[in-house]
Design a protein around this ligand. Structure first.
Ligand code: FMN
Length: 397
């Protein structure tokens, strides 16, 4: 049997979690066309809750179809009564299996899928900039056809973005707060504010994209002013008893080897700002949490951010088994681990690890991600039985 800290109970802000395993937020574009979470999504999340995850962090969800807030077709929203009712079904199903669930709220900013931008509107960002584009993360034939793309890993381009005015900033922060309130009313245990991976709030944190000369740009403190404003409004809307997580990264979807040019000094300054934020926990997002691209002899970025901010950390990136999770705790890089691709491929990841048995890990395959084929019944069974799963090292499906 596995005997590490991964299955210890832990308190995270106001939440008592049964273990230290979070499911990382993973976009799937499976909601109904109007952004309503549907029964397939209920089954998908419930399946992973049943698999033993302590904290489900949902896929990035748009707060409002406003100012390029919607990032993807069939992305779920949390803006309407219908959305809220859909999320209630998801939250209830996860709770039934003993997991807590927080809803990730994300505004796409300049990397919103151009097809989601309304006629006559322009995507928004921290400054007047244009993304260099990104590689499309799908094997879905319809999506390739709709976008007129072909081949493996095709490139998607984005139109130029305009900088948000002070009025816009207030409107977006209010949208986040209203959506967070809806998430709580739907039964979620909190929210995660997506400040990572290239989306709007990251566009403020990344000095390459934030060229503002007002109070919202020019230093780590100013770059974090808008993220802080969003968190403060959410706190005012949902109160102290619900969790707020803030997710941050160096990489963006259009900058997979993101690099903060001021290096370690910027990391340290961000650590100070994160320490002041009214979030209960900070979530480091990466594809390998051990990376330090400025100075390989310096500690991994989340170690520095955690130490300087003094906040609890959820740490993510290339954690795939019990030993790689323990490493996070041993190096004081995080209190909770967030596991992404492995929980896509293996809904029972937690129980497989708990069993301590050798397991033939299936390679993560992007075709199971965005609009997965519905015959992939292993991952998406409906009519879930009560949790009575017994780890079985031979079982792949
Ligand atoms: C298909 C896919 C979709 C993702 N969607 C989101 C998302 O909606 N929100 C987010 O913060 N990160 C998203 N991520 C990033 C993951 O949460 C995570 O940071 C990344 O997969 C690395 O962690 P892992 O090594 O455990 O997979 C996504 C990653 C993948 C592969």
């Amino acid at each position: 049997m596995y005997s590490g800290k991964l299955f210890d109970n832990i308190n995270c802000g106001p939440l008592a979690l049964k273990n230290r395993i979070a499911m990382a937020p993973l976009t799937r574009q499976c909601a109904d066309d109007d952004g309503t979470p549907n029964d397939e999504m209920v089954a998908y999340y419930a399946r992973r809750a049943r698999g033993g995850i302590g904290l489900i962090i949902t896929e990035g969800t748009y707060p409002a179809d406003n100012l390029s807030g919607v990032g993807y077709l069939n992305q779920p929203g949390c803006e309407t009564d219908k959305h809220q009712a859909g999320w209630k079904k998801v939250a209830d199903a996860c709770h039934k299996h003993g997991a807590k669930i927080i809803l990730q709220l994300m505004h796409a900013g300049r990397v919103a899928d151009p097809r989601t931008i309304k006629e006559g509107e322009q995507p928004v960002s921290a400054s007047d900039t244009k993304s260099t584009g990104w590689v499309l993360y799908t094997d879905n034939d319809t999506e390739l056809h709709d976008r007129g793309l072909s081949g493996d890993w095709p490139q998607v381009n984005f139109p130029p973005a305009r900088s948000l005015t002070e009025d816009d900033l207030n409107a977006v922060a209010d949208d986040f707060a209203a959506a967070a309130k809806r998430a709580i009313d739907a039964g979620c245990d909190g929210v995660e504010v997506h400040g990572a991976n290239g989306y709007l709030l990251y566009q403020f944190t990344d000095p390459k994209q934030n060229l503002r000369t007002d109070a919202y740009g020019g230093s780590a403190e100013n770059n974090m002013r808008f993220p802080n404003m969003v968190v403060d409004r959410i706190r005012a809307a949902i109160g102290p008893d619900k969790l707020i997580s803030y997710r941050i990264s160096q990489d963006g979807v259009d900058d997979f080897t993101g690099f903060w040019e001021a290096g370690q000094s910027y990391v340290e300054a961000l650590g100070v700002e994160l320490g002041k934020m009214d979030a209960d926990v900070i979530h480091w997002s990466s594809f390998n949490w051990k990376d330090n691209r400025f100075d390989p002899s310096a500690p991994p970025v989340p170690v520095t951010l955690k130490k300087i901010s003094g906040k609890p950390f959820i740490t993510n990136g290339n954690i795939f088994d019990g030993a790689s999770a323990e490493d996070v705790f041993d190096q004081a890089a995080g209190d909770i681990v967030a596991v992404g691709r492995p929980t896509f491929a293996h809904p029972d990841w937690a129980y497989i690890v708990a069993s301590g048995m050798d397991y033939d890990w299936m390679e993560f395959d992007r075709k199971y991600v965005i609009k997965p084929a519905y015959d992939y019944t292993y991952a998406y069974p409906t009519g879930l039985p009560e949790r009575d799963w017994a780890p079985n090292a031979k079982m792949k499906r």
